[in-house]
Design a protein around this ligand. Structure first.
Ligand SMILES: *[C@@H]1O[C@H](CO)[C@@H](O)[C@H](O)[C@H]1NC(C)=O
Ligand SMILES: *[C@@H]1O[C@H](CO)[C@@H](O)[C@H](O)[C@H]1NC(C)=O
Ligand SMILES: *[C@@H]1O[C@H](CO)[C@@H](O)[C@H](O)[C@H]1NC(C)=O
Ligand SMILES: *[C@@H]1O[C@H](CO)[C@@H](O)[C@H](O)[C@H]1NC(C)=O
Ligand SMILES: *[C@@H]1O[C@H](CO)[C@@H](O)[C@H](O)[C@H]1NC(C)=O
Length: 288
């Protein structure tokens, strides 16, 4: 009885995790995660096994003078492993849904005594991100943008922290100048001295800003252009009269009524509306 007690307490010392948290291992689906346990092989006369989250053994080995007779189920020994020296590095054949969870290396017969436990997490793809602003940006102001996404990494409790990347026109942003990224995670981007992009440099694709043509002539369409980011919308008016909500002015066959000053208005309206205008004159010469 006494001898038994000593044996139990020895095993307990060697095999318990002593209140330590389980090791964390994160792996993508369809990979082959390796569960590592470096066993002190000077301890003899034990059978060590690795059980999956359903409590089914997937690896078993006997250690007497040395460790040998390893058996594997849906697993193999990883290249870093070595059974004889107690390096039980067990590679899963596959990693799919249902295989995430708590794995334990243990000694059967001493089920309550855990040798090593590993929580294997399945890394999820982050959900599509959303961006929110703390206020409406205005020219010269400051705005703080927050990016948010959820990870489906399973099971919960992995303590992984989501980090974000911001790009502007396809280029990754770093802190500096007018931009401040939250350290480490970059979850927020603070934009100082907000600048608008357009409508600037409003122009026409024609040569010149006026055209003289005769009654009955075919008018060559004139497109209105501007530097805008995001893109502008355009409309043409003639005095107070609406002509078209297209960038292209096309009068068709001109008549004397078509003479006048046509105004192109470029509009850019994210949060605040900015417009810019330019005039195009049409002179219609009467045929005698
Ligand atoms: C392995 O166990 C023996 C006792 O059996 C101990 O003396 C030795 O320090 C242990 N080695 C390690 C690396 O823990
Ligand atoms: C081993 O793999 C087979 C086929 O995928 C599966 O049916 C079986 O449940 C697996 N066994 C264990 C213990 O994981
Ligand atoms: C931009 O950031 C992403 C994500 O961090 C990274 O994978 C990519 O290599 C970066 N691109 C450049 C050009 O630095
Ligand atoms: C201007 O653009 C319009 C619409 O795309 C086109 O019909 C017209 O031919 C262009 N004019 C010139 C001079 O390129
Ligand atoms: C455009 O023409 C209108 C008259 O239709 C005039 O009031 C306005 O000042 C002109 N704009 C420019 C920029 O010349």
């Amino acid at each position: 009885m006494f001898v038994n007690y000593i044996f139990v307490s020895e095993l307990f010392m060697f095999f318990t995790v002593n209140g330590q948290a389980c090791e964390k291992l994160v792996s993508l689906p369809a990979t082959q995660p390796v569960l590592r346990y470096d066993f002190n092989y000077t301890i003899q006369d034990v059978i060590i096994e690795l059980v999956n989250p359903n409590n089914n053994p997937i690896f078993r080995v006997s250690c007497f003078e040395t460790c040998s007779s390893a058996e594997y189920l849906n697993s193999t020994l990883a290249s870093t492993g070595d059974i004889t020296t107690g390096k039980f590095h067990i590679k899963l054949d596959s990693f799919g849904d249902g295989q995430q969870g708590n794995y334990r290396f243990r000694a059967p017969g001493w089920e309550k005594v855990v040798s090593k436990c590993i929580n294997l997490y399945m890394l999820g793809t982050p959900s599509p991100s959303t961006i929110s602003a703390n206020s409406e940006p205005y020219e010269g102001g400051t705005v703080k943008l927050t990016c948010h996404s959820i990870s489906t990494t399973d099971p919960p409790g992995h303590d992984l922290v989501m980090s974000y990347t911001w790009t502007k026109d396809g280029t990754n942003l770093t802190s500096g100048g007018r931009f401040i990224l939250l350290p480490n995670t970059a979850a927020t981007l603070t934009l100082n001295d907000v600048q608008r992009n357009g409508p600037d440099n409003i122009a026409f694709n024609s040569t010149g800003v006026s055209l003289a043509l005769s009654d009955g002539d075919r008018f060559s369409p004139v497109a209105c252009l501007a530097d805008c980011k995001p893109s502008c919308t355009f409309r043409w008016t003639k005095g107070q009269i609406y002509v078209t909500s297209s960038a292209v002015l096309d009068i068709g066959i001109v008549g004397s009524d078509d003479q006048g000053i046509y105004t192109c208005t470029g509009t850019h309206s994210i949060y605040t509306t900015y417009t810019n205008t330019k005039n195009y004159s049409v002179i219609v010469l009467c045929k005698l």
